[in-house]
Write a protein that binds this ligand. Structure first.
Ligand code: ZN
Length: 581
């Protein structure tokens, strides 16, 4: 792994800010976390990790779409998970043996920051206050160890190591550290001396259990005691636990990169110190960078918020299928002999739909077929709840639906309107959700219509509504002459989306790559448009022109690691992360 070298600020003492601890411990001039370097090393060592991360990101994307479609859920201030924490305090000097009170101060900061209870929330510029997110996550020092015995949740251990680096030696008894407690049940926090100007680093979800957790420099841990300005408010751990809960750096680890969160502004790179609002980069409007976000590199006193989108991304880990869902049933936070307060699994609420009712006196739907949905009927009294019947449709695919009318007496002119709630928000009124508008007809013959499932449709189950009426002006709600039938659709990802990208984005394979990276155009893209491709390293520096032939990029000259690929076709630009092996 590339050795990181940073200039250290010896000016703290000269500025007159230094207490006794500061004189003993020089603090880095700039915040720096090694999380992305550690990730690059793990991806290179474990060929399957990239696929696991992609699956986790895909689940997070689906979850975020569902939350966005149900705004009421996002205003919730409830706690969805209480995470038991074990703090491994490794000390080579007395100063490194931080007190119980300093450990508790860090837990207190995490509980404030992840639940928008931090006292400095009022420093967030007005332009961003509507975006302040609540992760609904809280932390408690473990009360029960992996053997079922009582514990304070703090393990003090003397070490002969004068300092550690980002090679995880603090995580093993055999290398002067302390073994992790089971990652399925605890958040492991290692507090120790770190060299190289590092304040800390974290492991993303999906990695090895033995190294899962967060490492924090002892002089950037909590507040009071050994903590030294400008990293003495506990925000280093807030940032690193954010990574542990699957958050990327807010600049997307590339020049104007993508942090996979929709409500954080695109920004050019990391910010340091305490910027003045607004700091505008990457054409990000009048409000500029969200430099007060915990996932930037600003000083502890100058970061105050997660965004709602970041909150959703973290919450996804604890929803059905989430990578850290096992923590919901951990016993670690409950003293032996007691039971933890159960925290419910957050499941997006099922939307409710408006009533739609025909009188069915003379005309009714007698046939509907779409995929596995196939139903022939007589009159159902104006409404039929067929939501137990469902069929799968792939995002981006073309579909054919068939239907016909039955008449109790003489034939009349009837109109069919078919709706699908693609964004799962409980309404059929959004753009593209009226999927069939059929002309009036008095024929009893089965008719068919085609529609395309939007590539952006929220994955999962949603409502299909078939409305037949004698009026062409009938809407998806209300009472009218005719009949309504409701069914269920299950929207599945397209072949492209399953690889972890939205269906309208470019994808790449193989990933990791050794020699050639093939760029796959989305189905909707113009295949004749020449592609413009840029590759950046994790620091945002562009790698010189790589040969591109027939949408194949030669990457054999790149060093091992994680890179960001930007593909533009003149209409859209998409970003892809790939690993060079
Ligand atoms: Zn970081």
């Amino acid at each position: 792994m590339k050795k990181l070298v940073y200039s250290l600020l010896s000016g703290l003492a000269m500025l007159g800010l230094a207490g006794p601890a500061a004189q003993a411990q020089q603090m880095p001039a700039q915040r720096q976390c090694a999380t992305m370097e550690v990730l690059a090393a793990q991806l290179a060592a474990d060929p399957n990790y990239a696929a696991r991360l992609q699956a986790i990101d895909q689940q997070a994307t689906v979850y975020a779409k569902q939350k966005a479609a149900n705004p009421a859920q996002r205003t919730s201030s409830s706690i969805i998970v209480t995470i038991p924490v074990v703090v491994h305090v490794l000390y080579n000097t007395d100063a490194q043996k931080i007190s119980d009170a300093q450990v508790q101060s860090q837990i207190d900061v995490l509980n404030a920051d992840f639940h928008r209870l931090n006292g400095d929330l009022n420093k967030v510029p007005a332009a961003f206050t509507s975006l302040i997110g609540d992760a609904g996550v809280q932390f408690v020092l473990a009360k029960r160890d992996p053997n079922g015995n009582a514990t304070t949740g703090i393990v003090y251990k003397s070490t002969t190591a004068t300092s550690f680096d980002s090679s995880d030696k603090m995580k093993y008894n055999s290398s002067g550290g302390d073994n992790a407690w089971p990652a399925a049940s605890y958040l492991n926090l290692w507090c120790c001396n770190l060299g190289g100007g590092l304040l800390g680093y974290a492991q993303f979800p999906g990695g090895a259990a033995a190294t899962d957790g967060v490492v924090i420099l002892y002089s950037a841990f909590g507040s009071g005691g050994s903590a030294v300005a400008p990293y003495n408010l506990g925000r280093t751990a807030t940032h690193e636990v954010g990574h542990w809960l699957n958050l990327r750096h807010i600049w997307g680890d590339a020049r104007c990169g993508n942090d996979q969160v929709s409500d954080t502004p695109t920004q050019q790179t990391s910010n340091y110190g305490c910027p003045t609002f607004p700091h505008i980069t990457c054409s990000n409007g009048t409000t500029g960078d969200m430099f007060m976000n915990y996932m930037d590199y600003t000083d502890d006193g100058c970061m105050q918020m997660f965004s709602s989108g970041q909150g959703d991304r973290m919450d996804a880990l604890f929803a059905t299928g989430g990578s850290r869902v096992s923590l919901l049933s951990s016993q670690g936070g409950a003293a032996p002999g007691t039971s933890p307060t159960p925290t419910p699994t957050p499941t997006p609420t099922t939307p409710t739909y408006c009533a739609s009712q025909g009188n069915a006196a003379s005309q009714y739907i007698d046939y509907v077929k779409l995929g596995n949905i196939s139903r022939t009927s007589g009159s159902d009294g104006g409404y039929y709840n067929g939501t137990a019947l469902s069929t799968s449709v792939a995002a981006g695919s073309g579909q054919t639906i068939s239907f016909s009318a039955g008449f109790a007496n003489k034939a009349a002119t009837v109109y069919f309107d078919v709706y699908a709630d693609w964004n799962q928000n409980g309404s059929f009124g959004d753009a593209g959700e009226a999927i069939v508008v059929a002309a009036g007809s008095s024929s009893k013959t089965t008719r068919s219509a085609t529609f395309t499932v939007p590539p952006t449709a929220t994955l999962g189950t949603t409502r299909l509504r078939v409305v037949m009426s004698t009026s062409s002006a009938t809407s998806s709600c209300g009472t009218y002459a005719g009949e309504t039938e409701d069914y269920t659709l299950t929207v599945t990802g397209s072949a492209v989306a399953r690889l972890g990208a939205p269906a309208d984005h470019y994808t790449v394979y193989p990933n990791p790559a050794t020699d050639v990276l093939t760029i796959v155009r989305p189905a909707a893209a113009d295949a004749s448009q020449p592609l413009r491709v840029h590759v950046y390293d994790l620091r945002g520096a562009e790698v010189a022109n790589l040969p591109l032939t027939n949408d194949q990029l030669r990457v054999s000259t790149l060093g091992q690691g994680v890179y960001l690929l930007t593909v533009s076709d003149g209409t859209t630009t998409s970003h892809q992360r790939f690993v060079k092996q």
